[in-house]
Design a protein around this ligand. Structure first.
Ligand code: NAD
Length: 385
């Protein structure tokens, strides 16, 4: 099969830039796809980050320290951008203005105002595919829950809990980095860092909170810097958002939690949906395990617990027997982005990456959460409809 080659540039060659390069190097894992990404250009002002690419990714033709130079390269068609949050606004707008497709990291702007500027640039270039990174819905268990919601299996929704929990910040000796400082990570703190992952599926399902009461907490107030001098740790560590989803046909409570300090959890993303006809639970804590509870009035209530296969959105060589992991979810998300870029509305499956509208929805919620925490009040969220 001849494959359409998509020439990618990566801006930001840190942790996530490297994860993407690793995913590209195992594209052969996916089968029946008629497109393939090729990383041909990279940019990072840190020479060590760029060197990793020249040593490990043999498709790279050019490396840059200034992203504006990369954007002048007309042979680059699409960009994956993974830079600190305070740089999203300027760099994403410039990428869009340079007429390149963009898979940008969350939160898609350091604050709501910046997110709107990115949306405005996109309004002038509506033909570009611009999407926000969020890979957890591609875990087979999460993907199955997406199908169940689409198939309206749950009956009346009773309540929903979605969360994303980490714990390495429990260690007070962990050094500070840009993710713990307001100038670089933004006022949202853990919500900007973890929140789009939590909101991608609820917003895709149309579960927009009409109001929100937020409890934000700072657990560790200072951390050592590179010289082991203690400096303020400014950002919110944990966020618990109690929301009321109001839809024409039903209202239900939804709890969203984003925690940098959840003892014992390392990259635990979960979704629990309880309904009158069907309930389902999935957590990356046990990434194979998917639980569901079908219910008929008067009959017994028994959870069915199954090990999922490896099958996510796109078929892979793995087939049914081996388990799925974080790097598989990145690979699947990238396939969805490339599929949409090449096939537009005729994607090979229906789950597309998080959209700029969904990212804007997350900003509305985080901004309301900051206000709620500040005032101690429940804040109404206006969705303009
Ligand atoms: N999808 C996920 O699961 C996931 C996980 C972690 C982080 N992220 C997101 O990825 C983004 C980057 O996070 P990270 O963990 O990779 O951070 P990182 O600190 O490891 O990497 C960021 C890189 O950006 C580079 N950079 C800084 N200024 C730049 C500029 N002007 N031009 C080009 N490069 C520049 C830095 O030198 C660094 O190498 C953030 O938006 C973060 O929220 C996503």
């Amino acid at each position: 099969m001849s494959k359409r080659i998509i020439r990618f540039g990566i801006i930001g060659c840190g942790l996530m830039g490297k994860e993407f390069a690793s995913a590209a190097s195992r594209w052969c894992h996916l089968i029946d796809l008629d497109f393939v990404p090729r990383i041909v250009a990279v940019c990072d002002p840190n020479p060590a980050a760029v060197t990793w690419f020249s040593e490990n990714v043999d498709t790279v033709e050019t490396s840059y320290s200034d992203y504006k130079e990369l954007l002048k390269d007309d042979t680059v068609e699409a960009i994956y951008c993974a830079v600190p949050h305070h740089l999203h606004g300027e760099i994403y707008v410039d990428i869009i203005k340079s007429r390149k497709h963009l898979l940008g990291e969350k939160p898609f702007g350091v604050d709501y105002e910046t997110n709107i500027k990115i949306k405005e640039a996109l309004n002038s270039n509506p033909d570009l595919i611009v999407r926000c990174s969020s890979e957890f819905p591609f875990f087979p268990g999460a993907y199955q829950i997406y199908q169940w919601v689409k198939d309206k299996r749950f009956g009346k929704i009773i309540d929903v809990e979605v969360g994303f929990w980490h714990s390495s910040d429990l260690d007070p000796n962990k050094h500070i980095n840009w993710k713990r400082q307001i100038d670089t990570n933004g006022e949202y703190g853990c919500m900007g860092d973890l929140g789009m992952h939590v909101l991608h599926l609820p917003l895709r399902f149309g579960w927009k909170p009409g109001n929100i009461r937020a409890l934000l907490s700072k657990v560790i107030s200072e951390r050592p810097d590179k010289e082991d001098k203690m400096v303020p740790c400014e950002t919110w560590d944990n966020a618990i958002l109690a929301c009321e989803v109001k839809q024409e046909e039903q209202n239900f409570p939804m709890t969203l939690s984003m925690k940098r300090i959840a003892p014992g959890h390392s990259n635990t993303w979960f979704i629990n949906i309880h309904g009158t006809k069907f309930s389902a639970k999935f957590s990356t804590k046990n990434p194979k395990e998917l639980s569901s509870l079908p219910y008929n009035p008067g009959e017994s209530q028994a959870w069915h617990v199954e090990d999922t296969t490896h099958m996510s959105a796109y078929k892979s060589i793995t087939g049914a027997i081996f388990e799925f992991g974080f790097s598989d979810s990145i690979l699947q998300m990238w396939a969805a982005f490339c599929d949409e870029l090449v096939n537009k509305e005729n994607m090979k499956q229906s789950f597309y990456c998080a959209t700029p509208d969904e990212a804007e929805g997350s900003h509305k919620i985080f901004s309301a959460a900051l206000e709620s925490n500040h005032t101690g009040r429940t804040i109404q969220i206006d969705w303009g409809n």
